[in-house]
Design a protein around this ligand. Structure first.
Ligand code: UD1
Ligand code: UDP
Length: 440
């Protein structure tokens, strides 16, 4: 079996690293294809180093550009490599342009796609990431889904439960493994070592790069307004290149950089960043991955967004959406600083993203699919059976799997009272209302 992994940005490198490792450890043939969307050493090479994964076999160097140009160049480059390499499955991760390009190319070439971190939805179609993840899901063969809630999103869009696999999020694997290594090593980045982070109090780690925030002068101004007033915090801000550019263009960079309690540093490596966040009192961010890491590392998070595709972090109690509203940011940040009970409740929020065995579960499933011949994508050779969608209330002890065998059907949605559940094989359906597809 040959597995190809497509990645192109910082979070994709971090979240695919545990899977790349797992594939290597099992001796499976693999190729790594970098789109080159992130190309600065601080946004790419340093992560291959910190996460100890092999350098990419291919880099198609798309660089920065408009969405159309970036996606088009990626599709062209990815197609050339895949025609040459002929992998059995291609893995894409998350919601960047690489995911869109990779999934579309594979679907047309009839190569199986495994979407890692499938099913997330912000329900905000103005986000390029929402389009990317929805399009990728339409083109995928295997869905590696972090949580039950994300799996339910896919069911609600009409996907069959058959290939929806709840595997947790590989960010937990990466966090657990690398935090230990980071603690032993200590800070390497000079700008952080000088700040003596380990002995610093009230650290607020800030990251922001989301287009809807940093490309909007009013929103950035509001956020900076809050930062100015948070003088009792030490704000450490590893700045994304996009954000540095826009702050400079808006004439806001120097004003922020001159504040004594704000330390702007360049983007830092994964080990340094894990040390920084785990020493923080509070994380203020619009990053997707950081919302997950915060709840994994037991650090309260305030998210600079009006919606999130990680709602589990909010319902679990570890994350609060504050938008770009200065007063809401200030009110919540101050509460975390001054109200111990409130801060502890946020820290102790249960982690919805699994136990750190997501990479293992993912590669187990790929091996099983390969053995069962499910990665061969062929045009149908049999007349396809039709089905009728039905609804029924169940009043006996019967699992999803047994119900399906008895009825020659596939369970679709399950309602336990007013709560939707994912129809896992061993779920007892007694007392639940279900919809199912009955084969004719
Ligand atoms: C991309 C992803 C976003 C993800 C983020 C992770 C898409 C649509 N966006 O956003 O989902 O959350 O990566 O960080 O795929 N730049 C550099 N050096 C680099 C890379 C970028 O200077 O190595 C600058 C360029 O000016 C570029 C800008 O950053 O125009 C934005 O980069 P781009 O890759 O288009 O999007 P991100 O904001 O990084
Ligand atoms: N990160 C890092 N160094 C930094 C900032 C972030 O290592 O200076 C890591 C962080 O731990 C997380 C990932 O980058 O795992 C998040 O990437 P980003 O915010 O760029 O993308 P998103 O997750 O929003 O797509």
């Amino acid at each position: 079996m040959k597995i190809a992994t497509i990645l192109g940005t910082r979070p994709e490198i971090i979240k695919m690293a545990p899977i790349i490792d797992e594939i290597s450890n099992r001796g499976i043939d693999q190729i790594i294809l970098h789109t080159g969307q992130h190309y600065d050493k601080e946004m790419s090479d340093n992560f291959f180093r910190d996460l100890e994964i092999p350098a990419p076999d291919y880099n198609i160097h798309v660089g920065s550009g408009t969405h159309g140009k970036q996606t088009g160049l990626m599709m062209q480059g990815i197609e050339e490599v895949l025609l040459e390499e002929k992998p059995d499955i291609v893995l894409v991760q998350g919601d960047t342009n690489a995911v869109l390009a990779g999934a579309l190319v594979c679907a047309k070439l009839h190569i199986a796609v495994g979407h890692v971190e499938a099913g997330l939805r912000s329900f905000d179609m103005t986000m390029p990431e929402e389009i990317n993840r929805m399009a990728a899901d339409v083109c995928s063969t295997m869905y590696f889904i972090p949580t039950e809630q994300s799996a339910i999103n896919l069911l609600a869009e009409g996907f069959s439960r058959e290939n929806l696999l709840i595997t947790g999020n590989t960010v937990v694997d990466a966090c657990f493994r690398h935090l230990e290594i980071a603690k032993k090593r200590g800070f390497e980045e000079e700008s952080l070592a000088e700040l003596d982070i380990e002995n610093m109090e009230n650290i607020l780690t800030l990251t922001m790069h989301r287009a809807e925030n940093v490309d909007d002068k009013q929103r950035v101004t509001n956020i900076i307004g809050a930062l100015k007033e948070l003088r009792d915090m030490n704000i450490i801000f590893p700045i994304h290149p996009r954000t540095k550019n826009t702050l400079q263009n808006f004439g806001l960079f120097d004003e922020l950089n001159d504040l004594e309690h704000v330390h702007i540093v360049k983007p830092i490596g994964y080990l340094d960043f894990l040390l920084l966040t785990s020493n923080s009192t509070l994380i203020l961010t619009d990053s997707g991955g950081l919302q997950e890491e915060a709840i994994t590392l037991n650090v309260p998070a305030l998210t600079l967004r009006y919606n999130t595709e990680r709602p589990e972090t909010v319902t679990a109690g570890g994350n609060i959406l504050v938008g770009s509203d200065k007063d809401v940011i200030l009110e919540n940040a101050r509460k975390i600083l001054s109200d111990e009970e409130f801060a502890n409740a946020m820290k102790n929020a249960p982690n919805p993203y699994g136990q750190g065995d997501s990479a293992k579960l993912t590669v187990d499933a790929i091996e099983q699919y390969y053995q069962d011949g499910l990665l061969d994508i062929k045009a149908p050779e049999d007349i396809m059976s039709s089905f009728t969608r039905k609804m029924i209330s169940i009043d006996e002890d019967i699992t999803v799997k047994d119900f399906e065998a008895k009825e020659d059907a596939l369970v679709h949605m399950v309602f336990d009272g007013d709560k939707m559940r994912f129809p896992a094989d061993d779920l007892n359906l007694n007392g639940m209302m279900i919809t199912y597809d009955k084969r004719e």
